[in-house]
Design a protein around this ligand. Sequence first.
Ligand code: SF4
Length: 214
Amino acid sequence: MIETLVRKKQRASKIFSLLKRKYPYSKYHLYYTSPHELLVANILSDHCTRERVNTVAKKLFNKYHSSIDFAYCNLDSLAEDIRSTGNQNNKAKKIKKACYIIVEKYNGVVPCSIDDLLGLPGVGKETAKCIMGEIYNVPTILIDSHMVRIMKLLGFTRSNDPKKIETEIIDTFEKKIWMKLSYLINDHGTAVCVDRKPHCKACVINKLCPSSYV
Ligand code: SF4
C-alpha cells in the first residue's frame, strides 16, 4: 500500500521521538572544542573509525592549540602525530594548508559559507554542511553511510544518491530536527541497525520500520 505524505511525516515524527528517547545524549560523534578542530577532525575521519579519530584528536588538540599552530607547524611532525588515522601525509598537508588559509585569508575564523568552506583543502560537501550545522546553527542533514542505509530500510527513500536522499529527508522531517536526526541515525546505525545484520528485535522503531524482520 502506498503511504501518503501525511502518514509518512507522522511516522517520521514518531521515529524521531523514539530515537531521541533511546539516545538522550546523542551528539556529533567526532571530538572537537572549536571550529577549526571540527574541520581537522573531519579531515582525520576519512577512512578511519570515529574511536581512532577521537583518540588521536584529543592528543593532537592538546599539542596544537589554534589554527595558527596548525598553519605554521612542521609538516613531518604533524604527519607523525596523526599516523594512526592512515594516509597521514596527505591528511597533514590538507590540515596545514586549510588552517593556513583560515589564518591568512579569513583572519583565523572558519568561514561561514558553504562555498568558502569548499575552497579549503580536505573540505567536501558533508564536512562543509557539518561545520555550517554544528558551528553556525544552520539546519542541515548529514548524509553518511548510516543515513543512506537506514533511510532506505525505513522506506523514506529508494535512492543511493546523497542529493536525492537529502531532498527526500527534507520533505519528510521537520527542519528544526535535521541536525539532531543526523546524530541519532548515526548512533542507531552504530549500536542497533548495524550494517551486516540489523538487531531488529532490540530496535525501538521496529514497529514503524517496513524492513523489520520482527
Ligand atoms: S527494525 Fe531493523 S532494519 Fe528497521 S531500523 Fe530497526 S534495526 Fe534497522
